[in-house]
Design a protein around this ligand. Structure first.
Ligand code: IDP
Ligand code: MG
Length: 150
């Protein structure tokens, strides 16, 4: 079994709406392991770096304004297949298309207020974790791992 890590961020609307505990709970109860956690205000150039791949999109400016509009919760989660499964827990980008039961499906309506970010691939997760956690994630092992993985 190969362990993966993903980067998850609760966006300013998720923080303002009091969804931090709910969102962390969903990843925790699934069985994933929390390996990094910080509550931060991000600067414009940092947000631009995080979303660099989208810099040519027409919504890039409003996206960056949104991400810097309030504090965000930045996290590293670890587990088998956590990148793909994390995206399933989060739901489709546009909440109009996100299935009920997903975070965006349950808690969001509009595409530019979609509550949460999750890395879309192992490689982008690696880059995003390096950007947000230059000190590296916390190395620890959950004592319940044998109850989650055979
Ligand atoms: P993702 O967050 O599901 O990976 P991306 O395509 O990487 O989706 O887009 C990053 C973020 O940019 C989205 O989560 C959303 O906040 C915003 N976004 C994406 N597409 C649009 C759009 O068409 N209009 C406004 N905002 C958008
Ligand atoms: Mg994305």
């Amino acid at each position: 079994m190969t362990m993966e890590q993903t980067f998850v961020m609760i966006k300013p609307d998720g923080v303002q709406r009091g969804l931090v505990g709910e969102i962390i709970g969903r990843f925790e109860k699934k069985g994933f392991s929390l390996k990094g956690l910080k509550f931060v205000n991000v600067e414009r150039d940092f947000a631009e770096k995080h979303y660099a791949d989208l810099s040519s999109k027409p919504f890039f400016g409003v996206l960056v304004d949104y991400i810097i509009s309030g504090p965000v919760v930045a996290m590293v989660w670890e587990g088998s297949n956590v990148v793909v499964t994390g995206r399933k827990i989060i739901g489709a980008t546009n909440p109009a298309d996100s299935a009920p039961g997903t975070i965006r499906g349950d808690y969001a309506i509009h595409i530019s207020r979609n509550v949460i970010h999750g890395s879309d691939a192992v490689e982008s997760a690696r880059k995003e974790i390096a950007l947000w956690f230059p000190e590296g994630p916390i190395a620890w092992r959950s004592a319940v791992e044998p109850w989650i993985y055979e």
